[in-house]
Design a binder for this molecule. Sequence first.
Ligand SMILES: O=C(CO)[C@H](O)[C@H](O)COP(=O)(O)O
Ligand SMILES: [Fe+2]
Length: 217
Amino acid sequence: MYKISPSILSADFSDLKSEINKIVEGGADYIHLDVMDGLFVPNITFGAPVIKNLRKITNKPFDVHLMIERPERYIDDFVDAGADIITVHQESSVHLHRTIQQIKNHGIKAGVSLNPATPIETIEYVLENLDMVLIMTVNPGFGGQSLIKEMKEKVMKLRSIIEEKNLDIDIQVDGGVKLDNIEEIKSWGANIFVVGSGIFKAKDIKSETQKYKEILF
Ligand SMILES: O=C(CO)[C@H](O)[C@H](O)COP(=O)(O)O
Ligand SMILES: [Fe+2]
């Protein structure tokens, strides 16, 4: 039920193969891939061609977090690149329900992410179509930021809606997740934890990944 999804955003981009192998050896459940377009967020990372090449390294599920405007334009490319889960932002897609269907029609998992300022109510109408909701606990765009504690109420509210409606939806938390706060975030009701700088800025990436796994079980 509880999963770690290390984000390669803080990895050494000149050596992604060995960086990814280290998190896989450490027990990473997913590989979190942050795609940024310089429009939706003030930063640019990588796109589908890079992900397609990374696909050669591991069979671990690719958890693709799209921080791009009008993501519906690129869903097919990211599926072709090997995405297992595609998460789009509520704020980036005007026809959100249609975008989710576009993802689901490929037979992969669909997630929707909410910026810190976006309330849960904006996605209640699509919840039954989703496999995952990603609650951003930082303003998206960069790794290494501090978790916004006020997101506690949002995660707890979402968990109670999911239980009330008896839905099978993962709650992923992304941004500022560290060894010293992950247990508290787990108690809010999140079950998938994205960890970027907490893992990739550590001296021993493999053993740091193992520590996150151990703390959850
Ligand atoms: O989506 C993201 C930023 O927009 C990243 O996944 C997130 O910031 C992970 O990095 P860190 O754990 O260092 O906060
Ligand atoms: Fe992310």
